[in-house]
Design a protein around this ligand. Structure first.
Ligand code: TXD
Length: 316
């Protein structure tokens, strides 16, 4: 980056998650934000409000709201949260078609105005939408990555910390597979300051915490009644933005394109990656037990069905 120039982060979709990503990115002083949405006034209002928090929070970066895609020009990172939630009566294919069409339109504009960016996809169904984004953008796969694993792992970290009465900062974990119900925890890689939790609690407690993390999104949806989680998802995306812009090369779980790793190719699934300036710099292959490999294969099958579904409805 030339001296004196700030990074630029575009958030496409200024709803709950998009706006929270923007807010965390500003607070972390990662760069200036462009918030865009199809709803007129929404991104403008939220951007103005966020910028006005700057003097109190002590950041110099600003947010700009727009309904015009050309304003994302030159963005270093583009975060896509645009989409519709699954409404009552809408089946899986309906949602795939609707969000697939939105994703296609969004990607056409990213390709036109921010062709050098790293794109982080957040819209559900996550692995399927990230695959669609890759195909529509035609970017190298390392520059198209999905967010889900950091969120699932952060949920598990918070539950483990509460259970053991230790700081959340001391708990680390790695997991695989799709988002939520399909996640594959790796308790032997879940540690408190390097000590595996398998040495700190019984298998029954580990199972209970993993189950709660797996259903973590649903637990929040049923409490909120309307809408879904956005603070932890927003924080998880902001951490990915930070890894990329600051070339941190953190080892984190993300939805990444496989080219033979774990026995799969031409599909997106949650795996450990090294995340840095170029996006996904490497997919790390862990040794898996037979059960874990089997669970990953099943997760991949679900994603493949989603990809087939998009072909059925003519989005892909
Ligand atoms: O872990 C994860 N990946 C997730 C995914 C965690 C949380 C949320 N997850 C998914 O993200 C969720 O299932 C949705 O598919 C997205 C966005 O969730 P959010 O809670 O932010 O939804 P909102 O508040 O409904 O915001 C969506 C916005 C809304 O303002 C729409 O007007 C806008 O998307 N939208 C568009 N913006 C731009 N362009 C187009 N075409 C468009 N269509 C809708």
């Amino acid at each position: 980056m030339p001296a004196g120039k700030r990074f630029k982060v575009a958030c496409i979709g200024a709803g709950n998650v998009g706006a929270t990503v923007a807010q965390y990115c500003l607070d972390m002083e990662l760069g200036d934000i462009v918030l865009t949405d199809i709803v007129e006034g929404l991104p403008q209002g939220k951007a103005l409000d966020m910028t006005q928090a700057g003097p109190v929070r002590g950041y110099s970066c600003v947010a700009y709201g727009t309904n015009d895609y050309s304003d994302i020009a030159g963005s270093d990172v583009v975060v896509v949260t645009a989409g519709l939630p699954r409404a009552p009566g809408m089946d899986r294919l309906d949602l795939l078609e609707k969000n697939g069409r939105i994703m296609s339109e969004v990607c056409e504009n990213i390709g036109r105005y921010a062709p050098e960016s790293v794109v982080i996809v957040v819209t559900n169904p996550l692995d399927v939408m990230t695959y669609l984004a890759l195909k529509k953008l035609g970017f190298p796969p390392r520059r198209v990555v999905g967010m889900a694993g950091i969120l699932d792992s952060d949920r598990l970290r918070s539950f483990v910390a509460a259970e053991l009465g230790v700081s959340m900062k001391n708990v680390d974990t790695m997991l695989l597979g799709s988002h939520g119900d399909e996640m594959i925890p790796l308790p032997r890689y879940t540690t408190v300051s390097g000590v595996p939790i398998t040495q700190l609690m019984g298998q029954d407690r580990i199972d209970a915490l993993v189950e709660r993390a797996r259903k973590g999104g649903g637990e929040i949806v049923s409490l909120l009644k309307k809408g879904s989680a956005f603070y932890a998802p927003g924080a998880s995306v902001a951490r990915m933005v930070q890894c990329i812009l600051h070339d941190e090369r953190q080892f984190v779980p993300c939805s990444a394109f496989l080219t033979g790793q774990y026995g799969h190719r031409d599909v997106y699934i949650g795996v450990p990656v090294r995340l840095g300036k170029g996006g996904v710099e490497e997919v790390l292959e862990l040794e898996l037990s037979t059960d874990e490999q089997e669970a990953l294969n099943q997760s991949v099958e679900v994603v493949r069905k989603g990809i087939e579904g998009m072909k059925e409805v003519g989005v892909l």
